[in-house]
Design a protein around this ligand. Structure first.
Ligand code: ATP
Length: 458
């Protein structure tokens, strides 16, 4: 049989069937281990909102820290900001969101549900999934529905001002461009980055955190001369792909998908998506966009403030072009959870679930486990020392095998066991998560031993 084309539905289906992990396995594991669970869970949850628990927040923070390190701290030509979530409402007129940030929606006249017109193909009616596809329901014509979440500012209803929770983090980067360039003493080409919350009133939030109404983005806007836009676009696409590989995501689960001309925003010259193979198919986790001079020109037009720059050597005055990299922190965290999950046999009929996170991303770096509660004092002293350097965890409850299993499920790369020989030889046993191999390590050199191994490959 001929190979299905890379983007064909048949190929996606085949790959979905081959995927070793079902969302039905991952979602409960995330809740029971405290990675991610529904927001307002005791009230039945609220669609499109999720809370990160003690393990989830560490994983997500480690991801953000690595992004910040690679994109901002290790480069001379990118600086960071942290802007307000609410901008002057004119911002969203200038950006085109008030007019254009919408999805075509259809309503079902029978059950009153609303669906995205471009997402109903192949979907069953949620009211009667056995009887009909959504396309066979009594649907209205498609109507545009704005995805921005509104709020009112001001003390009284009469003089309230409508504002929006930002649907993307990049607009304050454009409106603050002049201030940041001058204060950071940067010259084009250079970039401005930020990580923060974004909000979209998605009509069909689904696939766990993949499509949420509140999510985090890590965005970088790189300003360059028009003659170098293609070079910078290729540079950033390659850098960003490398980043996802560096997170420990295998090559077979990642691909770059260039947008066809009819998918591009009207102002964009080029866009490439970095996609991950989720259990529900190939989906975007990051977009790299050539946005041209759209943003700076529009903010100049709407604010009346000039945002062009002058090349000091040639004295040429120009509006910089923008190459954007925009990654979803939640979607990437979900990709990390999918990629890390493994269920394996470990002999004698025993099985374990293990989350093989890259050690630099793992929520807990090391667990300190005394072999017996009688050894608690010296083990706790080691824990107190290690926690100054890494996120560590102390556990003396249950047999040692069960304690290892718990740490495997949390993705902890190292377990440090204090046993009855430790007081005499001054050493502990360090068990490595993936190979389960054990090393005897002097307590004195434990911090630097762990630090070296945690940074391996970074
Ligand atoms: P999609 O087509 O899937 O709705 P998009 O093309 O609108 O995504 P962008 O506007 O390019 O997405 O946003 C950049 C990144 O922000 C995306 O690659 C994704 O990782 C993240 N993102 C966008 N919308 C959501 C959402 N509703 N929930 C979680 N992450 C999101």
């Amino acid at each position: 049989m001929p190979e299905p084309a890379p983007d064909s539905p048949a190929r996606d289906l085949e790959e979905r069937e081959r995927h070793p992990l079902a969302m039905e396995t991952l979602v409960p594991l995330c809740a029971s281990r405290g990675f991610i669970y529904p927001a307002s869970e005791i009230y039945g949850g609220i669609a499109g909102f999720w809370d990160y628990g003690p393990l989830g927040v560490e994983l997500k923070n480690n991801l953000k820290a690595l992004w910040w390190r690679r994109v901002v701290r290790e480069r001379d030509d990118v600086v960071g900001i942290d802007s307000a979530i609410i901008s002057h409402p004119r911002t969203w007129e200038a950006s085109g969101h008030v007019e254009h940030f919408s999805d075509p929606m259809v309503d079902c006249r029978t059950c009153k549900r609303r669906f995205r017109a471009d997402q109903i193909e192949g979907e069953r009616c949620p009211e009667a999934p056995r009887q009909r596809a959504i396309s066979e329901c009594d649907l209205t014509e498609a109507r545009e529905f704005n995805l921005m979440l509104r709020t009112e500012l001001g003390a009284s209803v009469d003089d309230a001002m409508t504002a929006y929770l930002r649907p993307e983090t990049c607009q304050p980067i454009f409106s603050g461009f002049k201030r940041v360039r001058e204060t950071a003493r940067q010259k084009v080409p250079f970039g401005i980055a930020q990580i923060g919350k974004a909000f979209r009133n998605e009509i069909t939030p689904r696939n766990f955190t993949f499509r949420s109404r509140e999510f985090e983005q890590a965005e970088m806007e790189f300003f360059c001369h028009p003659s170098t836009r293609e070079e910078w676009f290729a540079h950033w696409r390659d850098e960003r792909f490398r980043f996802h590989r560096e997170l420990g995501i295998g090559e077979s689960l990642l691909r770059v998908r260039p947008h066809a001309a009819d998918e591009l925003a009207h102002y964009a010259r080029a866009a490439d998506d970095i996609e991950f193979l989720f259990p529900f198919g190939w989906q975007e986790i990051e977009g790299i966009h050539d946005r041209g001079d759209w943003d700076l020109s529009r903010h100049t037009q709407y604010s009346g403030k000039e945002l062009a720059v002058t090349d000091e050597q040639t004295k040429e005055r120009f509006v910089p072009m923008v190459i954007e990299t925009s990654v979803g922190v939640d979607r990437t965290t979900l990709a990390l959870l999918v990629a890390a999950y493994a269920r394996e046999e470990i002999g004698e009929g025993d099985e374990r679930t293990v989350m093989r996170f890259h050690p630099a991303l793992a929520p807990i770096k090391a667990a300190v486990l005394p072999l017996s509660k009688k050894l608690a004092d010296p083990a706790q002293a080691i824990h107190r020392d290690l926690r100054k350097h890494f996120n560590t965890f102390y556990d003396d409850a249950g047999n040692i095998g069960r304690r290892y299993r718990r740490q495997d499920e949390a993705g902890t790369p190292f377990c440090v066991t204090y046993d009855f020989d430790s007081a005499e030889d001054g050493c502990v046993t360090v068990r490595e998560r993936d190979t389960m191999s054990q090393d005897r390590v002097p307590v004195e050199g434990l911090t630097s031993y762990l630090r070296d191994r945690l940074e391996e490959g970074l």
